[in-house]
Design a protein around this ligand. Structure first.
Ligand SMILES: NC(=O)c1ccc[n+]([C@@H]2O[C@H](COP(=O)([O-])OP(=O)(O)OC[C@H]3O[C@@H](n4cnc5c(N)ncnc54)[C@H](OP(=O)(O)O)[C@@H]3O)[C@@H](O)[C@H]2O)c1
Length: 319
């Protein structure tokens, strides 16, 4: 989108955890950011009964659904025809598939802008980031872009952890942190005073729209954005305020988390990724002197507050 010219956007991974917020935000952007919005999705997702309500509501907002196989170059090239902007929200296991998608974008006649799937922890926060196992596939994608993608511009939207997910316990990993309004119990890492920069899932969608509105700021950048910065203890306080009663809080020593992480990597358990990310967040690696919120013209009042997200959790609303 060059300034006032509206985009033709193709979204990949649109119905996933974060893709659905990004797609909904793009479709309902006011003023609009796109003259046309399509999604490229697998036949399995397109026919999945649990996705029909969402797909129908998007179609009623003008969305086009293209069914196909991401690994079929011909189908992807066809889906790219006339598209100037590709937004990928592929899940972790599909991150490396983006290398072929980027090659096809570079070879296409129309694609000029590509958002690889990030929307999370800063994978180039400091010198230690390059060694973090959960970052490796995203790092490979960034390296591929630096070395091979010359014509198409890329934007990475770095949001830190989603507060909506952080508020929930992950079954089997309760010690890594979480909050349960039913039992009024919380688990926090260490003292619980270390602040973390969070983004709500709805705000991730807003930031992607803001990036689309400001190509001059967003192109060729890893944008660091967040809704707010808060400590786990402050989250407990907000839950206590909203539920009107004190909560029981367990503290997991960081050494214990490190041990679970080590065991997880050694046994090849997928929860190792969760433990590693929780450690990175507790180490303060979501904090910045200055974010890109302002350069994207996103103000504090445009964003969700902790109290709103806690209210949804207290009501038991799913994210
Ligand atoms: N900051 C955080 O707290 C946080 C939390 C979760 C995720 N994230 C990040 O957000 C991004 C998207 O993650 P997500 O959890 O939203 O994704 P997801 O729901 O697991 O998957 C999104 C979509 O990707 C498509 N896909 C195609 N091939 C795939 C493959 N081989 N493996 C997985 N998905 C495949 C599927 O859509 P189709 O069937 O339509 O092709 C799927 O619905 C990732 O970069 C992830 O690291 C961040």
């Amino acid at each position: 989108m060059a300034g006032s010219i509206l985009s033709n956007i193709l979204i990949i991974g649109a119905t996933g955890n974060i893709g659905k917020y990004i797609t909904s935000a793009i479709l309902s952007a006011n003023p609009p950011v796109a003259r046309q919005v399509s999604i490229f999705t697998s036949p399995g997702t397109a026919s999945n009964p649990s996705k029909q309500e969402l797909l129908s509501s998007w179609k009623s907002q003008g969305l086009t659904v293209i069914e196909g196989d991401l690994q079929n170059a011909e189908q992807v090239a066809k889906a790219y025809e006339g598209v100037d902007t590709v937004v990928s929200a592929l899940g972790r296991d599909g991150l490396l598939e983006q290398i072929e998608l980027l090659k096809l974008a570079e070879a296409s006649e129309s694609v000029q802008w590509f958002f690889p799937s990030e929307y999370g922890t800063d994978i180039e926060y400091d010198a230690s980031s390059v060694n973090e196992k959960p970052h490796q596939n995203k790092l490979k994608v960034r390296r591929f872009v630096r070395e091979n993608i010359k014509r198409v511009k890329c934007t990475y939207v770095v949001t830190g952890p989603y507060i909506d997910m952080f508020l929930r316990f992950v079954p089997g990993c309760e010690g890594a942190g979480g909050f349960d309004p039913a039992s009024k119990k919380a688990a926090v890492l260490g003292s619980g005073n270390e602040k973390v920069g969070f983004t709500s899932m709805r705000d991730v969608g807003k930031f992607v729209v803001a990036a689309l509105r400001h190509p001059e700021t967003a192109k060729d950048k890893a944008l660091k954005v967040q809704s707010f910065v808060v400590s786990p203890n402050a989250i407990v306080n907000e839950f206590e305020k909203q539920t009107g009663t004190p909560w029981t809080v367990d503290h997991t020593p960081i050494e214990k988390l490190n041990e679970w992480e080590r065991e997880g990597w050694e046994s090849g358990s997928p929860v190792a990724t969760l433990f590693a990310l929780r450690r990175i967040w507790a180490e303060g690696k979501t904090l910045y002197g200055k974010t890109d919120n302002e350069s994207l013209r996103v103000q504090e009042e445009d964003l969700e507050r902790l109290s709103t997200v806690v209210e949804r959790a207290v009501k038991g609303e799913p994210y």
